[in-house]
Design a binder for this molecule. Sequence first.
Ligand SMILES: [Zn+2]
Length: 180
Amino acid sequence: MSTAADTKAVDRAEILAALDAWGQGGAPAVVEFVAFVAGLVRDSDDPRGVLDRVHRVIGQDEVRRLAAHHCLTVLTADGPNSGLLGGRALVCERLLIVPPGQHPADTLADLRAHLARLADVAEPARALPQIAIACATCGARPGDLCTSHSGTRPRRHNTHQTRTQEWTRVRAQLGQVTTP
Ligand SMILES: [Zn+2]
């Protein structure tokens, strides 16, 4: 019969084997890093937790670097309106607004999706921050373009003014700016 201790021993052995394979033939800095992580895994009662924390730290570093590259400051949306983000990170003005507790891998995916949308010049309105919330005028859902003429014509370059105004109101209450 398997116990929690057995499971952890199996986890530890599997993780150490994977780290060993990862470090094989790597650059000296990689080998050193892998050996450091392996040491943490060996000493910990929670080998999977160690791996998750390492994953988060690496992801956070990548988020910071990509955000800095695009001149964005990282903001954690811990204010009363943070639920309006719908669990997704978004870019507004020069801010990367991140829902509290979001895994860095998901933040990266949201940021990359935003950058890809920016590159899509056919629909520049998709890069506007107010796209993150619904439009009260035309009923566009969060993430969708506003439409004119009873929904027959998508507005590719802008949104309804009410959506912009609502966003400005929501934005003011999202949360505090954090220093990356
Ligand atoms: Zn609209």
